[in-house]
Structure formats: structure tokens, C-alpha cells
Write a protein that binds this ligand. Structure first.
Ligand SMILES: [Fe+2]
Length: 126
């Protein structure tokens, strides 16, 4: 299973945002490796809930920093779509569809990586 590794390509040039992105890497990786280690269902559920809570905090923080950016609305929309998708996975998992895990992990890894490298870096340029 692929995990996220931080390197300087991911830096958006804002120390606090970089720290928050590292935290997102940690939660996503914890979820991915936790499932491989056979974590209990409840534990997985808690980590998913933590992911939901942390992304909520992080997206608000980031959107607030970028609030004067002319394209902030499109960025907000991208964040909202992500949240909606994670909440969907969370609901599926709660309903006992554990097979959503694999799908959730690959979605997370790919989304977080691409979002930082493409969207966040672009938005923090100016
Ligand atoms: Fe973002």
C-alpha cells in the first residue's frame, strides 16, 4: 500500500500550512498502515473521524489565509468535494462495508498529494 512521504516539493512556502499538511500525511498514513496491521474496526472508525475533524480545521484555516485570492471560491469547492467524498466513505464504513477502505486509502493518498502539488502551491504563489 502506497504511503505519503514528505519532501520539499510539497512546501507551499507557509510554515504553518506545511505543518498542517504533514499532519494530514500522518493521518492518511496511519489509516493506510493501520488497516494492514489489522487494527480493530473501532480504531479505524476513530481514525476516519479524526481525518474528518482535522481536514475541517485545516481547510478553514487555509481558506481563511487565502480569502483575498481571486479564485478562492473554486478552491473552497475543491475542499468541499473532498469532504463530501470522505463523509461518504465514513458512512459506508459505518454501515459495515469494509471494502471501502482500499478505495478510501488510494483516494486519500492521490488526492492529498495532487491537491498540494497542484492547487495549494499555485494558490500560495501570490
Ligand atoms: Fe487546499
Amino acid at each position: 500500500m502506497e504511503i505519503l512521504r514528505w519532501d520539499k516539493r510539497f512546501s507551499v512556502g507557509n510554515e504553518e500550512i506545511d505543518l498542517q499538511h504533514k499532519m494530514l500525511f500522518n493521518i492518511a498514513n496511519y489509516l493506510t498502515t493501520g488497516s494492514g496491521k489489522g487494527y480493530e474496526r473501532n480504531e479505524m472508525k476513530e481514525i476516519i473521524a479524526e481525518l474528518v475533524a482535522y481536514t475541517d480545521y485545516h481547510f478553514r484555516f487555509e481558506e481563511n489565509l487565502l480569502k483575498e485570492h481571486p479564485s478562492i471560491e473554486s478552491h473552497r469547492k475543491i475542499h468541499a468535494d473532498f469532504v463530501e467524498k470522505v463523509l461518504f466513505f465514513e458512512k459506508e464504513f459505518a454501515q459495515g462495508k469494509e471494502e471501502v477502505n482500499g478505495e478510501l486509502f488510494s483516494f486519500l493518498v492521490q488526492w492529498i498529494r495532487d491537491h498540494i502539488l497542484v492547487t495549494d502551491i499555485e494558490f500560495f504563489k501570490n
